[in-house]
Design a protein around this ligand. Structure first.
Ligand code: PMP
Length: 356
């Protein structure tokens, strides 16, 4: 099945009033090389096309506007958030245009590129330790809370509990996917950081067609897949699951965010760093889609699903969350990959050597 974009979806025909108007309506792109030999069509929703380079651009302005409407944020105010980077960029872009100051806290496992990026927009960045429990006073979430409380005329963007987050995806990402596939989407694959994307999209798509399946990917080390499994096996019996460190950024959690509605998810699959990074690198080298590790993780799940279905009438959509530029010193750096025992043998070189 080939989906043809309708003429009204042609972008950029007129000038935009500001960069904020360019957020959303990201392209849906058919994958061809990485799905070779499989009859199921797989499309990638290319949210790295957003001006800040990620899916999170969709929630920056809605969060700020909700705080303005409630009276919590007044002119000249400060926006505080604990962010792995992409939400920071999204809030920073919107804050620049609305005249707010930004202060972000960020765990120290995040790439230097992300820290520099936030500073480029004029934000203040405070680095916190990664290896502390989520309720520890030094965790990036708790630190952000304390700063917001101690700063006059400041709000905590609170992406993990703020319903403006999933609502933004219900209002934009969901309808875009429905329109771009002419209502033929059968499987949506995503991963949860806050869960805003998967929750908002699932809510919209299931309203349009309750048969659409929502499939989640989770990094090995995150506890979300385990929480999902326990929820579906009828109870929270046993000890609270404990997360372990992993390298994929922006997704997975060590506690359940308020913005993730597990009841909308049909399946949860755990994926290793190695498989996630290998797929991100393949998307770049084989499809020309330069994306980060979370997109690799999601696409790994989507391709496995597509092969199992092997159905030309199905329509699988994977989510391409952010740009690979944010990871040049990590998953796109062979030395870093080797140091972390994550490098797959280079297919082209291997094939060449074996042929000799
Ligand atoms: N991928 C990356 C790289 C991200 O930064 C995020 C957001 N933390 C996500 C995926 C997941 O998005 P959401 O918060 O909507 O679940």
């Amino acid at each position: 099945m080939t989906i043809v974009a309708t003429p009204e979806v042609v972008r950029n025909k007129r000038p935009y009033g500001s960069v904020l108007e360019t957020i959303g309506w990201t392209p849906l792109i058919r994958l061809s090389r990485v799905v070779r030999g499989c009859r199921t069509p797989v499309y990638g929703k290319a949210d790295f096309f957003n001006p800040g380079g990620s899916v999170k651009d969709r929630i920056g302005l809605p969060i700020i506007e909700a705080a303005e409407r409630s009276g919590a944020l007044k002119p000249g105010g400060t926006i505080v958030e604990g962010t792995s980077g992409n939400t920071g960029v999204a809030l920073a872009i919107a804050a620049v245009m609305r005249g707010y100051r930004c202060v972000f806290t960020m765990p120290d496992k995040m790439s230097q590129e992300k820290v520099r990026l936030l500073k480029a927009f004029g934000a203040e960045v405070i680095i916190t330790p990664t290896a502390v429990p989520p309720d520890h006073p030094d965790s990036y979430v708790m630190m952000a809370k304390r700063i917001a409380e101690a700063t006059p005329n400041a709000i905590l963007a609170n992406q993990f509990y703020n319903q403006a987050n999933p609502d933004a995806h219900y209002a934009t990402t969901g309808p875009e996917l429905w329109e771009q596939t002419d209502g033929r989407i059968t499987h949506f694959v995503a991963a949860a950081g806050t869960g805003g994307t998967i929750t908002g999209v699932a809510r919209y798509l299931k309203e349009r067609n309750p048969d659409v399946k929502i499939i989640a990917g989770d990094p090995q080390g995150s506890i979300l897949a385990e929480l999902f499994r326990r929820r579906n096996s009828g109870g929270d019996a046993g000890e609270k699951p404990v997360g372990t460190p992993y390298k994929v950024e922006g997704i997975g959690q060590d506690k359940l965010p308020g913005t993730l509605d597990l009841s909308l998810v049909d399946e949860f699959h755990t994926v290793s760093d190695r498989d996630s990074f290998a797929m991100a690198r393949r998307l770049t080298r084989e499809e020309g889609l330069f994306v980060g590790g979370s997109s690799g993780l999601i696409t790994h799940v989507a391709l496995r699903l597509a092969r199992q279905l092997d159905d030309p009438r199905a329509c699988v959509v994977t989510f391409l969350c952010d740009t690979g530029e944010r990871y040049l010193s990590k998953l796109y750096n062979d030395e870093w990959m080797r140091e972390n025992q994550l490098l797959e043998p280079d297919r082209a070189t291997l094939g060449h050597l074996l042929a000799q």
